[in-house]
Design a protein around this ligand. Structure first.
Ligand code: LLP
Length: 489
């Protein structure tokens, strides 16, 4: 029973450190939930920095999106239609590219899987944000949007290593992606050790990042939790010594370390990652020049939810980085890799109401978009705010309200936008809708269009980007011919 004293000492010490940290940073909510008990009196009550939400309407009437009439958008481009507001994307990029509370991310890397239209990527590139790619297709999108994989080759004036404009992050190379990564010299973030030898055979002496599974994870749904034993993602944290040997044997240098524990998680869980990454970084050692906090930043979807304290979060990571710099004796680049945060709030899915009916006591509003257009509700029971643009332009239109379930056109009972996790049909209090009204599904700019499908042989919708009060078609709606392309009888 000898270790009792050292254990107690460690516990008291870590409690002091945590309390000190909280006072210093004023972000009690960030500290690990299962950290030592901290007396409430010592916990800072500094509120999270308020980041203004865009003009989301949940349950009301919406006539315009970013200064353009909803009816005009539908007339011009048809429905269902994805609409993005460029200014909101810029604002969200700047939330992360500009210093907060005296600390800053050196690199903001957009996880383009959230919204990969090349007009959106181009906009984000102009904000100084680099990009992540998970497939050959996403590499090609990054190139088409103007990203140059070889843009930054040298160390910056303040001694930081260059940021890779494009990073391929995956748990496997399919044959095509290995070819493209080798041909274009794209930096790879390896989520499985087998990738090391595969890359070494094609790019001798390559430098890589390791994506490490820290043994825990968290997401808004179990399906978006990417850590722990239940996840296929990343290299298991305890395997690092073996994997480092394999890298050495393959002649590969490990220059980056990355952890991404899940999507739509909360800052308490995200903050736990910094400590684990630091431990693994020390195991990897001095070859490291870049660390990445991964993505996962939450955004408010439901009424009453607010933005998280980004200042406290970057300060936490900055301290981790500084300690590693001290230990290694050289500068370390600090990256973050958001997807949802940069684009979710910019996006609206405009649909047309095509039927209104009663099934017993329940009323259904059926629109021309389904889970082929926006899959988040059927996949995760995800909540999206909804607003109505009545066809009647009068000021009293939409004044009457009712509880309705909102569904789409697909031949599947799960084709419901107002469902909870597990597939239970729920209802929403919305302005009473009639055929011909437009129903807008909001905060749909992340994992919206990119997860759309051709199920029921429905065409992929069009995408429009609004900038400076002007709407520009950035992806044409698929045509009937597009749906048959490549097929033969
Ligand atoms: N980095 C990696 C390695 C990722 O796998 C992801 C997301 C991100 C960054 C960006 O995560 P974010 O910041 O967007 O949370 N379809 C789901 C989300 C799946 C996320 C997949 N990976 C949804 O609609 O919520």
């Amino acid at each position: 029973m000898k270790p009792a004293l050292p254990c107690l000492l460690t516990s008291v010490l870590s409690r002091c450190v945590l309390n000190g940290l909280q006072h210093l940073l004023g972000f009690a909510s960030l500290l690990p939930r299962h950290s030592p008990q901290i007396p409430a009196a010592t916990v800072s009550t500094t509120p999270a920095v308020q980041i203004p939400a865009p003009h989301t309407i949940d349950g009301g009437v919406r006539r315009q999106i970013a200064g353009v009439g909803v009816a005009e958008l539908a007339r011009e481009h048809g429905t269902p239609l994805y609409v993005y507001d460029a200014e909101t994307i810029r604002r969200r990029c700047r939330d992360l590219t500009q210093p907060r509370a005296g600390a800053a991310w050196d690199t903001v890397r957009f996880a383009q899987k959230a919204c990969s239209n090349i007009a959106v990527l181009d906009l984000i590139r102009r904000e100084g944000v680099v990009v992540d790619a998970v497939s050959t297709g996403e590499i090609h999108r990054a190139l088409a949007a103007g990203y140059d994989p070889h843009a930054a080759r040298s160390t910056t004036a303040d001694g930081l290593p260059p940021a890779h404009a494009i990073v391929y992050t995956a748990d496997i190379f399919d044959r095509e992606s290995l070819d493209e990564v080798a041909r274009l010299g794209i930096h790879v973030n390896c989520g499985s050790a087998d990738m090391l030898e595969q890359l070494a055979a094609r790019v001798p002496g390559a430098e890589v990042t390791l994506r490490v599974n820290p043994g825990f994870g968290h997401g808004h749904s179990q399906k978006t939790n990417t850590g722990g034993e239940g996840s296929k993602h990343g290299i298991w944290h305890a395997d690092i010594p073996d994997v480092m040997q394999r890298a050495e044997g393959a002649g590969i240098a490990v220059t980056g370390l990355h952890m991404h524990i899940g999507s739509g998680t909360d800052l308490a869980h995200l903050a736990e990652v910094a400590g684990t990454l630091e431990t693994v970084a020390r195991e990897i050692g001095r070859t490291l020049t870049t660390i990445s906090a991964g993505g996962g930043l939450p955004i408010p979807y439901r009424p009453g939810e607010v933005h998280a304290d980004l200042g406290g979060y970057v300060q936490l990571w900055n301290m981790t980085r500084r300690r590693l710099e001290e230990a290694f004796g050289h500068r370390i680049r600090l990256e973050i890799e958001p997807g949802r945060y940069l684009t979710a709030e910019s996006g609206y899915l405009v649909t047309e109401v095509r039927a209104v009916k009663r099934q017993g006591s329940r009323k259904y509003v059926l629109v021309d978009a389904g889970f082929n257009t926006l899959a988040r509700p059927v996949l995760y029971g995800a909540y999206h705010p909804m607003s109505l643009c009545p066809a009647d332009p009068g000021p009293t239109a939409g004044a009457l309200r009712e509880e309705v379930a909102v569904g789409g056109p697909l031949c599947e009972s799960g084709d419901i936008f107002t469902q909870t996790d597990g597939g239970f049909v729920a209802t929403r209090d919305l302005p009473a809708a009639a055929v011909g009204d437009l129903l807008v599904i909001e905060i749909a700019g992340a994992y919206g269009f990119v997860m759309a499908s051709n199920y029921n042989s429905k065409p992929l919708p069009a995408e429009v980007l609004i900038d400076g009060g002007k709407a520009r078609l950035v992806r044409a709606r698929q045509t009937p011919a597009d749906l048959l392309r490549g097929e033969t009888v």
